[in-house]
Design a protein around this ligand. Structure first.
Ligand SMILES: *Cc1c(COP(=O)(O)O)cnc(C)c1O
Length: 394
């Protein structure tokens, strides 16, 4: 992924700022390599300030952060947890760690994220069988925020806490507040392909400081205060290392630049490709600001004459990495027993996104020439197809 020894144009690769080494050096100078230490404390504090939330806990991954959130909400075997279906599997795996039951909620056209309409249907159903969910996991995919006002209103009505999976939306905002700070918990990921990276890591945030402090306890093997280590509940080895946190501090300093760079990649694609009939870029709901982590689009094959998969293949042949959009959870074999609720009365909207969509190379370190090469190749495929159709018509 971070490999630059070939000329392949990658989807999203790590982009160091040059400021990371300073923090890592400090850790070395003080021999504070592990376990926790000044970088972990600093990274937590700086990230909490950046998103404007009371407290943050630095952990080993975004998945770990989600798992801790479920534990803190006391999710147990057979409890329902509602979750966006259109997401990466890491949003839903922690539900299975606790042997709880996921219920998947469809996306809606204006955000591609959780549909308040489908969510209401799920609550109606849960209420009818007297089994409300313990939590709702809302995902903000590719940087675009879900409709938080509508979603929170429904969840408040039933008194069910919301966890925001903001793994892909760090730096995005909804109505002036940062993504990940609207619900009970928010989580971020610093995996290698995310908008900023610690090589691997995550963060759990909340305005409830007590819960965050409890999350740190669970993340360090749930060790009670005693020299001999006393244990009363299951814990995990989930904390972030002081070295990783040093990388994170250096990355956080340039997060806003990274958002700007990704947005301008998106804008360049949009400007040059919207001439193609049948291409539609991921929306940006009014009142929201997307970090445009990945440029995502859908292709209406009836209009373009080529499908998303054909385009992905054509780009691969030209050394360009493009990928399908996430395959919805309710059609993953892993979850074939799960129930799901659709936005529309019949068909599922997220399946449509999956069938028609793809992501284009979107790294903040992409050169303009690389973006232009991707654009050129897409235009090339388009004119090849147009020619073919004209030939057939003649
Ligand atoms: C990356 C990602 C995660 C998981 O983060 P890790 O740090 O890789 O564990 C969770 N949810 C979504 C939507 C993601 O894209």
């Amino acid at each position: 992924m971070g490999n630059e020894n070939n000329s392949r144009i990658l989807l999203s690769s790590p982009h160091m700022s040059g400021r990371e080494m300073k923090y890592i050096q400090e850790a070395f100078d003080t021999n504070w390599i592990a376990p926790l230490g000044a970088n972990v404390d600093g990274f937590e504090k700086e990230l909490a300030e950046y998103v404007d939330v009371a407290a943050a806990a630095a952990v080993s991954s975004g998945t770990a952060a989600l798992h801790l959130a479920l534990r803190l909400l006391d999710v147990k075997q057979e409890d329902y947890v509602f979750c966006s279906t259109f997401t990466f599997v890491a949003s839903a795996n922690p539900i299975l760690y606790e042997k709880a039951t996921p219920v998947f909620i469809d996306s809606e056209p204006e955000t591609w994220n959780m549909s308040p309409v489908a969510l209401q249907k799920a609550f109606d159903y849960a209420k009818s069988i007297n089994k409300l969910p313990k939590a709702v996991i809302v995902v903000h995919l590719y940087g675009q925020s879900a409709r938080m006002d509508e979603i929170l209103e429904i969840c408040y009505e039933y008194n069910v806490p919301v966890i925001e999976d903001s793994a892909e939306s760090l730096g995005s905002s909804y109505k002036g507040r940062k993504s990940g700070t609207h619900g009970k918990f928010g989580i971020y990921s610093f995996n290698g392909n995310k908008i900023i990276t610690t090589s691997g890591g995550g963060m759990l945030v909340s305005n409830d400081e007590e819960l965050i402090s409890k999350s740190r306890f669970l993340a360090t093997q749930a060790r009670n205060q005693a020299a001999h280590y006393e244990h009363t509940q299951v814990g995990y080895n989930y904390r972030m290392s002081n070295i990783s946190a040093g990388i994170g501090r250096g990355q956080l300093e340039v997060l806003d630049d990274r958002v700007k760079a990704r947005r301008s990649v998106f804008e360049r694609y949009q400007e040059k490709l919207s001439t193609i009939r049948g291409i539609q870029f991921a929306p940006e709901l009014p009142g929201t600001y997307s970090n445009r982590w990945l440029t995502a689009l859908i292709i209406d094959e009836k209009k373009t004459g080529f499908s998303a998969n054909q385009l992905i293949k054509f780009l691969a042949e030209n050394d360009i990495e493009a990928r399908p959009l996430w395959k919805p959870m309710h059609i993953q074999p892993l979850f074939n027993e799960a129930i799901s609720f659709n936005h529309f009365s019949s068909e599922n909207f997220s399946e449509q996104l999956f069938e028609q969509g793809l992501c284009l190379p979107s790294g903040s370190n992409l050169k303009e020439a690389d973006v232009d090469k991707v654009i050129e190749k897409i235009l090339q495929l388009n004119s090849l197809i147009q020619q073919k159709t004209e030939d057939v018509t003649v």
